[in-house]
Design a protein around this ligand. Structure first.
Ligand code: BGC
Ligand code: NOJ
Length: 809
């Protein structure tokens, strides 16, 4: 069943049934100010950091679901309704929510009154804009009361939900005209406030929640709305809110509009006050003045659209398959940008107060956005590298506001350092900017301890070599990519962290997955060294890689697939000798991507085993059979009920690794078949089963052992976005940035006859047509660049603006 449809021309997803199986959200903002917005108007806003600078409240896990947000209330006669349906849930005559790139438009109609809410965050300004257009479509005059409403958060979202003894006394506001200022804690150590404004005259306002809602009131029917006006309340402590009320008398067919805006403003320490206790509003007014009429609002929207168009032009494909095209050209790329902005911090599943930026996550996300925003990718690499520890290990997470490694969780996730090589390598291939390796970057954010980025890569590489176990395979530490495979922790007590309590690091437990990574990214590292003419070091690196390859084939091969690990007792994990968890997806994907066993036959056997034991109609499960009991020696993975999350859920993140592996083996048909299984656009028609947004990937789909097989969870903030984008554009469509040029080496279904790609690469736009004359799945026969045939598959870098490329398979 569908709840909406794609409109590719406008780059929008249009939701026409407000009762989506879960809130279907969008992200507004692309610089420093962000808002999450659901299809019914729920969500919240924050500046830079969803934990430390939360601007409005959001109650996760609440009932009724998704009530807090940016709602508009309409009262006409005795009917109270919202254009987005929630929170009143008054039945609408029509409803539509258009989620576009960085904006959303929600329209509801009721009794011949149409109300449209257009929301976006403009480029480079810290403000969420919301234009509300009310249209009386009847032939009679109407009396309508319109209300806006937001509930302020007292900045620190964690403290806001726990420290009530203090917070109920700190709330402060000021009101001037149509501007409501939220200034809690501004009197003391903060130099920032929020302002919620309207560009029209208002008839009344409220800033106390009790006053607007009623102490025992409800968001579905606030007392002020019932009464048809607010109480001009000034909040002292308790719950500061912002509500505007405008009374409208609309003639037949008359239209009225008002622009609301929610902004975050910082004021220099010395200019904080204009009179005792009175805040300096000048910077807020300056900001508001940039968006206080329709012309300015529309211009901001136009700029935003241009920004997105420009970004997406970096890669455009035209195949015969509209679902593929819309994912590559619009939604998958968009999701990659959202992961750039959010990492794993704020979604409808990530509370914004939990994890900040993940080390491995941010490195992998980069694979999906580096071609769109290379300069910011560069900054990101340097930020991440600065949290690396001097021994080459890494803080597992860091906070976006401070950019400092998070010492609560610390390090010891032994795959982390190698991801730094992965993203730096991807960046250099994309940009040719070898100079980044010379940038001086702190270790552990300590300027006294800085070294060129190349030294960071060297320590990443050596970190694995310095931490080998009994089989000469890498020690796993607290966990590797699979955060839930905790082979050293032995967590026994509820509430303990599975990763960091107990003896979390040990000298025995080894990871075949990290071994695969070491081979894959070790090869890249050695290529980089070669390019820098550090030939001796490059050779040593390759020797270490070859040793690792041997170790994998000797002690990391289980007969028909790659083993997953050795536990703290030296016992096999992910082996035919295990009763459960006999085979895992991760080492199959990573080892084959590294090229291990491709020549000698192990790779094919492993892929056959994946197909036989892990593949389902909705994708490939993480392992099989699922663990049915909790196992101390394995940790969190066995804590989940069978079929969910890492315990044999379909983890969308590593499905593309198998797709990549299939392309390495030359299997274009298989690769595409597997790609489709987890691709949201292909699941739109079963939204009642899949449940999450059909325009973005979710982290996990319940596996075949789960009672809700096929049900998605944790949409948006997942490394799946970057990996699926990479596998489709590079593995299948075959457009691969390389050090010296753009390599073209597709691996496609044999029935695909032709497709076209426009790819921006190092200041040149390549217009590529690929023709599959032989009906093969792989094998480039000929490449013509501006009509001239070239040797090999790499189109050399040039200084032309446009280049035409024809590729014959
Ligand atoms: C989840 C993992 C996640 C980890 C982050 C676990 O509970 O299952 O998917 O990586 O938390 O700390
Ligand atoms: C989600 C985490 O963000 C990611 O870092 C991890 O690799 C996967 N879960 C698997 O555990």
């Amino acid at each position: 069943m569908q709840f909406g449809h794609f409109e590719d021309q406008k780059k929008e997803y249009v939701i026409s049934n407000c009762r989506t199986p879960l809130p279907w959200i969008n992200y507004l903002g692309s610089d420093e100010f962000f808002a999450l917005l659901s299809n019914t108007g729920g969500g919240y806003a924050f500046y830079k950091d969803a934990k430390l600078r939360r601007i409005t409240r959001y109650r996760y896990n609440n009932l009724p679901l998704d009530q807090d947000g940016f709602h508009i209330y309409i009262k006409e006669k005795d009917v109270i309704w919202n254009p987005g349906w929630q929170p009143s849930k008054t039945e609408l005559d029509s409803y539509e929510c258009r989620h576009g790139l960085g904006y959303s438009i929600i329209t509801g109609t009721k009794n011949k009154l149409s109300v449209r809410q257009e929301l976006y965050v403009p480029k480079y300004d810290n403000i969420l804009l919301m234009r509300v257009t009310v249209n009386n479509t009847s032939d009679q005059p109407k009396n309508v009361d319109l209300f806006s409403f937001v509930e302020f958060c007292l900045w620190d979202a964690q403290d806001d939900t726990t420290n009530f003894q203090r917070n109920y006394s700190t709330g402060e506001v000021e009101v001037e005209g149509s501007n409501i200022y939220h200034k809690t804690e501004y009197r003391e150590r903060r130099n920032h406030y929020a302002v919620f404004f309207a560009n029209k005259k208002i008839d009344s306002f409220d800033t106390s929640r009790d006053s607007f809602m009623g102490l025992y009131g409800s968001p579905s029917s606030p007392e002020a709305v019932e009464n048809g006006r607010c109480n001009d309340s000034i909040a002292h402590g308790w719950q500061p809110v912002g509500a505007h009320h405008i009374h409208l008398q609309l003639q037949a067919n008359e239209t009225y509009d008002v622009i609301f805006g929610l902004a975050y403003v910082e004021v220099p320490e010395k200019e904080k006050f204009i009179a005792p206790g009175i805040i300096n509003k000048a910077p807020a007014k300056k900001l508001i003045a940039r968006y206080d009429n329709n012309k300015k609002f529309d211009a901001g929207m136009k700029k935003l659209r241009q920004f997105w168009d420009e970004l997406l032009q970096g890669f455009e494909v035209r195949t015969q398959n509209e679902k593929v095209d819309r994912m590559v050209n619009i939604w998958n790329a968009y999701q990659c940008m959202v992961t750039f902005n959010m990492s794993r911090s704020a979604s409808y599943y990530e509370s914004g107060i939990g994890r900040g930026m993940g080390f491995r996550d941010s490195c992998q996300d980069l694979l999906g956005f580096v071609h769109m925003i290379p300069e910011r990718a560069r900054e990101r690499i340097l930020d991440i590298a600065a949290t690396q520890k001097a021994d080459g290990g890494a803080y597992h997470q860091y906070q976006p506001l401070t950019k400092k490694g998070n010492s609560d969780i610390g390090g010891g996730f032994n795959d982390d350092p190698l991801w730094l090589i992965a993203c730096t390598d991807a960046y250099i291939r994309e940009t040719g900017d070898w100079d980044i390796l010379k940038e001086k970057v702190d270790f552990d954010n300590d300027p006294k301890n800085a070294a060129p980025l190349l030294e960071h890569l060297r320590r990443s590489f050596n970190y694995t070599l310095n931490n080998l176990g009994p089989h000469k395979l890498p020690l796993i530490g607290r966990a590797d990519w699979n955060d839930c495979l905790n082979l050293n922790c032995f967590s026994r007590y509820p509430g303990e962290s599975f990763q960091i309590s107990g003896p979390s690091e040990g000298p025995v437990a080894e990871s075949v997955f990290i071994a695969g990574m070491f081979v894959k990214y070790g090869k890249a590292y050695s290529e980089i060294l070669k390019h820098l003419k550090k030939n001796k070091e490059a050779k040593e690196a390759i020797r270490a890689v070859q040793d690792m390859e041997k170790a994998v084939l000797k002690d990391g091969w289980d007969g028909r697939w790659f083993l997953r690990a050795y536990d703290a007792f030296g016992k096999k994990v992910g082996s035919r000798y295990n009763d459960e968890g006999k085979i895992f997806i991760e080492p199959q994907g990573m080892c084959i991507m590294a090229g291990i066993g491709v020549e000698s036959g192990e790779a094919q056997k492993a892929l056959d085993s994946v197909q036989e034991r892990l593949e389902t109609k909705y994708g490939i499960v993480l392992q099989n059979p699922a663990y049915t009991t909790y196992r101390l020696n394995l940790g969190e993975i066995s804590s989940y009920p069978p079929g969910y999350k890492e315990n044999a859920g379909i983890f969308c993140h590593n499905n593309p690794w198998i797709v990549f592996a299939e392309t390495i083996m030359g299997h274009g048909n298989r690769a595409f078949e597997l790609y489709k299984k987890t691709c949201p656009a292909f699941l739109e028609e079963i939204s009642e089963i899949h449940r999450t947004e059909p325009y973005v990937y979710c982290q996990m789909v319940a596996g075949k052992d789960a009672p809700t097989f096929g049900e998605g969870k944790n949409s948006w903030l997942t490394g799946t976005a970057a990996w699926t984008f990479t596998v489709l554009t590079q593995g299948i469509l075959g457009i691969q940035p390389d050090y010296e040029g753009l390599k073209v080496d597709p691996c496609i279904p044999d029935y695909v006859k032709e497709y076209k790609v426009n790819r921006r690469f190092r200041n040149t736009m390549y217009h590529i047509t690929i023709r599959n004359e032989s009906g093969a799945q792989k094998g480039v026969k000929k490449i013509l660049v501006d009509r001239k045939q070239i040797e090999g598959k790499i189109i050399p870098v040039c200084d032309k603006k446009n280049v035409k490329v024809e590729v014959i398979i």
